[in-house]
Structures are given as C-alpha cells and as structure tokens.
Design a protein around this ligand. Sequence first.
Ligand SMILES: Nc1nc2c(ncn2[C@@H]2O[C@H](COP(=O)(O)OP(=O)(O)OP(=O)(O)O)[C@@H](O)[C@H]2O)c(=O)[nH]1
Ligand SMILES: [Mg+2]
Ligand SMILES: [Zn+2]
Length: 333
Amino acid sequence: MTFSGLIHHPPAEWLKLLEQARDRGLRGGRVLACTRTFCTLLEAGGQVHQTRIPGRLHHLARRGEGLVPVVGDAVLFRPERPGREGVVETVLPRRTCIVRQAPGRSGRQVPQVICANVDTVLVVTGLDLDFNVRRIERYLALVAGSGAEAVLVLNKVDLCDHLDQRLEQVGKLGCESVLPICAKTGRGTDRLAPWLTPGTTLAMLGSSGAGKSTLANLLLGQDRQQVGDLSDTDGRGQHTTTHREMFRLPGGAFLIDNPGMREIQLLDEATDLEEAFADIIELGCRCRFGDCRHDREPDCAVRAAVDRGELDPDRYRNYLQLAREREERQRDY
Ligand SMILES: Nc1nc2c(ncn2[C@@H]2O[C@H](COP(=O)(O)OP(=O)(O)OP(=O)(O)O)[C@@H](O)[C@H]2O)c(=O)[nH]1
Ligand SMILES: [Mg+2]
Ligand SMILES: [Zn+2]
C-alpha cells in the first residue's frame, strides 16, 4: 500500500520510509481524528483503523525527538491483529502545519500544532455580526506562517446588504482568493472547485458560528457535522463543533472541520508577519534606520505612506500591534 489517494503527490521521503518499514509489517495511513491516546487512521485502500498512540511517542516529543499525531498527519502504523490493537509507530515529517496558541502546563500560552499536511486553509467568516477585518487579518497572518494557501470565504451573503463595501474592506488584506458564499443554500460554493482536486487537503478556520460545519455538510453532500443553533443566543462563546475531524469528500479531497477559535489563540509564533504584511516590509526598506520599527522613528517610510494615504491606517495599526505582541512573547521565552 502506498499513500495513493490519501494525499496529493506524497513526498519521496515518505515513500522511502514506508518502503523501509514494510518488512517490519508497518503500513501507511492518514489521521482522520485523534485524542491523546487513540487515533483513527485511513489507509489508501479505504480501510479505517483504530490505533493506539503509545506513550513512547509522547516521551520522544517532549524531548523534541519526534511528533505526536494530529489530524491530517501521515503515519506508519502496525495494524491490529486478533487480540492486539493497532499501534502508531511514527509520524512522517509534516509538509505544512497549522499552529495556534494554547495554554501550556505553566498556564502560559504555547504553540500547538492543530492539524498537518494542509494545502489550503479556508478562513471562514460570517458576513453578519461575525465580520471583523482585523480578525480576518490575524487569521490570514496565521495561515501565511503555515505553508498552506489561504482562501477567504465570506459566508452568509444572504444576510449582507452591502457586499461591495465588505469586499472593498477585505480587498486591502492582500488575499488573492475571496469567495462570497451562502453555505446554507450552496450559492457561490461551486467556485471552491479549483481547491477540491482529489488528494488535496483543506482545513477550515474561523470563529464559532461562522458556518464551517454548515459548509462541511454541504461539501460532504450529507449532514455529518452538527450545526449550531444561533436563534436563542447571541452567537458567542458557544462551540458546536468540539472535535477536530478530517473527512474525505465525494470528489476525493480531504476537509478538516475545526472547532471555532478564540481570539487569543490566533496570536502565535508561527504567525508570519513578514509574509502577511509584505507591503509594509517593502516600504520599510526605505526607512532611514535598518531596524526601524515604524513606530516613532524619524524618516519612517511606512508612516509616511500612511500620511500620504497610500497605506490603510487600520492595517498599519494592526501590524504595529502584532509586531509588539510578537516582541513581548519573544522577550518572555
Ligand atoms: N443565514 C445563513 N446562516 C448560515 C449560513 N451558514 C451557516 N449558517 C448558520 O450559522 C449557524 C452556525 O453554523 P455552524 O456551521 O454550526 O458554525 P461553525 O462555524 O461550525 O461553528 P462552531 O462549530 O461552533 O465553530 C447555524 O445556525 C447555521 O445554520 C448561511 O450561509 N446563511
Ligand atoms: Mg462547527
Ligand atoms: Zn519605518
């Protein structure tokens, strides 16, 4: 068995490792769902295996010598036999990973990989009260640091009377693909087709209530994921989806539905400011000081661009805020 159908163009390294492990009775699979100790795997032939994650993997990971599986990972595993459970042996090197901040043992926020080997992240935002340009910008920065491509999905067009204005607002964020859709009826979702080729992996990120699971059900063609009911709440603080899970879509692409994220979890080490704010970095080359922070330094080309009206002041402020937060975190470590 290879990884065929499980991922688009499996890296040569994976195939080599699988080949070497075959003599030891190991096989390759992808993680559909997992807890700390158990993992549901999909094998190339379509077989699903329930496997144990041995303590050894956690030990090794703590020493920085290995990985503990997350959804989307490719692994080598020993299949179950009568009277014996299947076991995950190794996690194969990750092509990309999506990282968020999570409270660590000390209570301090630490980076945590939430899913791996994702080709495209759908940043899902509702065009209702959920809409917040600064938050979208943070999601895009998080994706920029992950190695995956970002597609901005503006959901609930049916509830929006001023789409043009919204499109103009997000137009300044530099995301190439912006898709207004209605996940409830499917309107506009055919434009997702180019990202749904067989073997590609998509993950959805966005606040609770943005409509991620509604979109997952639509793409799956069936109601697999429970959808939230916002009618009797203000739509905040309630997570309908509590587990992360990867689904195989009818066309052969994979889709990871995530629980909604809290704001704080967006600020993370992997956030790639340089990539997300490429326009500001470029302007910064013309500042008087090479290490200009674009704050109060004299002859700052970035501030000059804001003054001339060439750079959106909100975008500039958000950049300063994120850069400051990153600096503080780096001081903490
Ligand atoms: N009007 C309208 N409502 C929608 C649309 N898409 C989703 N909804 C509604 O929004 C609510 C939340 O949808 P979910 O799919 O559960 O949201 P979610 O992003 O999965 O939320 P969490 O699982 O909590 O992270 C539900 O009541 C959906 O019916 C849409 O396109 N238009
Ligand atoms: Mg959900
Ligand atoms: Zn400057």
